[in-house]
Structure formats: C-alpha cells, structure tokens
Design a protein around this ligand. Sequence first.
Ligand SMILES: CC(C)NC(=O)[C@H](Cc1c[nH]c2ccccc12)NC(=O)[C@H](CCCC/N=C(/NCCC(=O)O)S[C@H]1O[C@H](COP(=O)(O)OP(=O)(O)OC[C@H]2O[C@@H](n3cnc4c(N)ncnc43)[C@H](O)[C@@H]2O)[C@@H](O)[C@H]1O)NC(=O)OCc1ccccc1
Ligand SMILES: [Zn+2]
Length: 246
Amino acid sequence: MHIDQDVIDCIKNARRVCILTGAGVSAESGIATFRDAKEGKGLWSQYDPQQLASIDGFLKDPQTVWQWYQWRRDVNKDKEPNPAHLAIARWQKESHQNGKQVVSLITQNVDGLHQKAGSDPVTELHGNIWRNHCLQCGQIHQDSVEGIESVPQCLACGGQVRPSVVWFGEALPEQAWREAESAAYSCDLFLSVGTSSQVYPAAGLAALAKSQGATVIEINPEPTNSSVVDYQIAGKAGEVLSTLTF
Ligand SMILES: CC(C)NC(=O)[C@H](Cc1c[nH]c2ccccc12)NC(=O)[C@H](CCCC/N=C(/NCCC(=O)O)S[C@H]1O[C@H](COP(=O)(O)OP(=O)(O)OC[C@H]2O[C@@H](n3cnc4c(N)ncnc43)[C@H](O)[C@@H]2O)[C@@H](O)[C@H]1O)NC(=O)OCc1ccccc1
Ligand SMILES: [Zn+2]
C-alpha cells in the first residue's frame, strides 16, 4: 500500500489529531455497513435502516425494531476488533505516553469494537448497542436482554425498554457532541475513516476542522469526494492504518 510521503509527514507532524470513524472501520471485522444494508446486502435489506433506527419506527412497530437490534447484537457479539481498531488504539496509547500528540477518537459506530481494541477515551456520538434504557422514564435497563425476543418492560415504570442508540430525528448526547465539536475545532489533523459522511451533524465535523485550518485526510476505498478533503487514501482502513507508523 503506497502512501504519499507528504501524507505520512502530515500525520507525523500533527500536534492535535481528531479521528472520526464510521461503519467502514468495522467492515473488516465482518460487520455490514449501513450502505451494505441499503444496497440490499444481508437479511434485513428489505427494511430501510433509517425507518428501523427511528422513534417513529419503534412507536409504530416496537417488536420489529427490537428484533432488528437483537439480530444486530447477535451478529456483533462474536466480532473482534480488526487492525484498524488496533492501530487507532495503539496510536492513542503511544501519543498519551510520549505526549507528542493528542489523539481524540470520535465514532458513529454503536458496536463497541474501539473500546474492545483498547481505545480510551472513545466519544460515542450515536450511542452503543450493548446498552438499553426505558423510553418512558430513561432508567438504564441493567438486565441482560440476550435472547429476549419481545420488547422488555422497564422495572421502574413498566415502560418500553429500547436500545441506547441515537435514532434518526433524535438529538445526539450533549456531552458526546460537545467533546466532538471541541476536538474538531482544535485539531490540526482531522482523519475521517470509513464513513460516507452523509449523516449529520457528524458529517459536518470535517468542515468545522477545516474552517480552523486543519488538514483533512480521508481513508475510504470509495472516495466520498467531499470538498473539504485534502488527501484521500483509497484503501481499506485495516490495511492503511496498519502500515502507518505514528
Ligand atoms: C441520512 C441523513 C440525510 N439524515 C440525517 O443526517 C439526519 C437528519 C438531519 C439532521 N441534520 C441534517 C442536515 C442535513 C440533512 C439531514 C439532516 N440526522 C439525524 O437524524 C440526527 C441523528 C443521526 C444519528 C442516527 N443514528 C445512527 N446510528 C445509531 C442507530 C443505529 O446504529 O441503529 S446513524 C448510523 O448511520 C450512519 C452510517 O454512516 P457510516 O458510518 O458512514 O456508514 P455507511 O454505511 O454510510 O458508509 C460506510 C463507508 O465505509 C466505507 N468502507 C467500506 N469498507 C471499508 C473499509 N474496509 N475501510 C474503510 N472504509 C470502508 C464505504 O465506502 C462507505 O463510504 C452512521 O452514522 C451510523 O451511526 N439527529 C438529528 O439531527 O436530530 C435533530 C435534533 C436536534 C436537536 C433536537 C432534536 C432533534
Ligand atoms: Zn421506565
């Protein structure tokens, strides 16, 4: 995998790095991307993810939405981090130790594979599929929901339990969004990895970084042709990030 020297220098000389990841970073772990689902690949392809991942979808048909998330949890449960997750975790750890760079990790993924790879901290913009809470009172649902086919009831108020992910039309967790905005605002290198940059407000972070003079690098086998990208590396995240030394 050839990577231009000026890209390598740009990564080496960066002081404050903001990494934004999307479903593409988990593709090499065997987890289908949203794009894959939309393009009719996979079991639930006859459903529109945006319909299933929405409060209207849940209110209209909670059973189907619950079963979609149970299916995704079932698919994800034995998936392991791939070289992309591991390279990012190593980069965070090493930069923390050598103090040469500050590396912030912002993810749109709900699969928890960054944490499994040892990344810490991880800013989860769209929640996490392994957590659940009550739609009515917000109480976190501690009990395991493994194998529970019907929508569980909240132990506090009897309300419907839902996955703790951000659905379309819902606001992002305030703390997470604040962390993402400040990381993008103050970085000198913004690295967009495995995202189609179509879902907002996450897709606006690269432009925010650019507006503050940061260099924007995209790692994606399919260029998104976003106008804010300075360097596009047309390769798979695992292959590209494992060849880069930080
Ligand atoms: C589709 C889009 C047009 N719609 C939106 O953006 C909407 C509406 C909207 C808001 N502002 C706008 C402005 C303009 C237009 C629309 C909007 N946004 C919202 O609804 C957001 C909420 C958005 C979050 C939705 N939840 C998700 N996930 C959790 C759930 C779940 O997972 O079930 S989004 C979900 O889809 C997105 C999928 O995108 P990607 O991750 O990029 O994945 P994708 O499959 O698209 O692409 C994969 C890429 O990887 C590449 N790839 C493949 N293999 C590899 C490989 N090996 N290596 C590297 N790359 C690879 C591929 O080439 C591809 O490019 C992710 O964000 C993911 O988290 N909320 C909100 O705005 O609330 C308002 C509000 C504000 C205040 C108060 C009240 C309300
Ligand atoms: Zn409740």
